[in-house]
Design a binder for this molecule. Sequence first.
Ligand code: NAD
Length: 421
Amino acid sequence: MAATTRADVSNFEIVSHYFDVAAERLGMRDDVADVLRSSYREVQVQVAITQGDGRIHTYRGYRVQHNGARGPYKGGVRFHPEVDLEEVRALAQLMTWKTAVVGIPFGGAKGGVNCDVNELESDEVQKIARSFMDKIEKVLGPTRDIPAPDVGTNAQTMAWLMDEYGKLHGHTPAVVTGKPIELEGSYGREAATGRGLIYMLREAGPHIGLSAAETRIVIQGFGNVGSWAARISHQLGCPIVGISNVDGAIRNDEGIDVDRLMSFLHDEGGKLTDFKDADAIEPDALLAIPCDVFIPAALGGMIHKDNAHLLDCKMIIEGANSPTTPAADEILTEAGVYIVPDVMANAGGVVASYFEWVQNLQHFRWDEREVNDKLGNVLRRSFRDVAERANRDKTSLRMASYELGIERVLQAAKTRGYIGG
Ligand code: NAD
């Protein structure tokens, strides 16, 4: 069964489009927009490792530091075969606006290696992580640039990255976030992006007359972000009526038992489409399941002009980065769908990463409740700031988020003297 198709519009084109519209709405000068649009530093490296077949496999690794006006660069590392410089550049730029929208003192960065973790043994992934770190460590550090997990990487990958950095610089837990708890990771970090989506649901729901507890949800992508959003909303009593991953999609109008599904996938090694308590469906049919909220939590460009009309939901909460192309955004907005954009909606991960970094710098640990409470406070405030601006300017949450983020970065850049005028 083929997975849902992605748009032929790249992540870079998506982010650039939204930036350009926001910059124009803000009346920004072209020369200033050029500075804010382009990356500060782009590092491209060779990652060559000997694999189990005895052959040397050569991958490309990237770290893009987009803008550091508001603080050290911050952003995830993606291990995925489609990673390339343009994609990493787009994701790095999105991080700049995201950290600014939620008001945490970081700039934006992203990294990645074009390897397919599904085809690799764990020791091969470890070699890739260590080799990648060896090549980029000079531009990283707790006050320079702090990586975190993204697609294809997790707490284990962060532990390898931290360990490799430590060989060169001494034990430095604050150089990466999203680490395992036993290695100075933060309670609540792993679930934070998914939890943040549900905080967004609670804030945004009343705007369109939805109460979180009865909301019917469909989730595309069942990795870190999608599965935590599913588990937390399931606990709140929301029926999760459709779920997909790279293997296919399932549907159950009565609600999928998310805990049983987790155990089927992870403890029993089952495949999503073999889960007995739901019907296997074509991946594109997932989009057409009637629901209140659709949560894209897979890759960019999954909702595009050729499938946006299929969606039958009242709200989209963007867990993935750049899941909606500008053409799809227009179709959905026209159809009255309320879109909570990536640049704010999925910021829970980077906010909890900020908390992890703060704890590491203080050599102190907060309990999970404290992390979740602080996370809720930051995200609620961000939603209200953005919703207020959208209301004031009669624009979308996406435009209001971009404009707020860009304005804050510009202000910081000007105050530092990094941008004149
Ligand atoms: P992950 O690797 O843990 O999970 C990705 C999921 O997407 C997997 O279930 C995979 O099977 C599924 N998938 C891949 N291709 C698919 C397809 N064609 N159709 C349906 N499902 C497909 O990654 P993640 O960390 O959960 O990240 C998911 C998205 O959320 C990405 O866009 C990422 O940039 C974004 N994001 C992640 C974080 C974080 O903290 N991990 C934070 C902010 C944003």
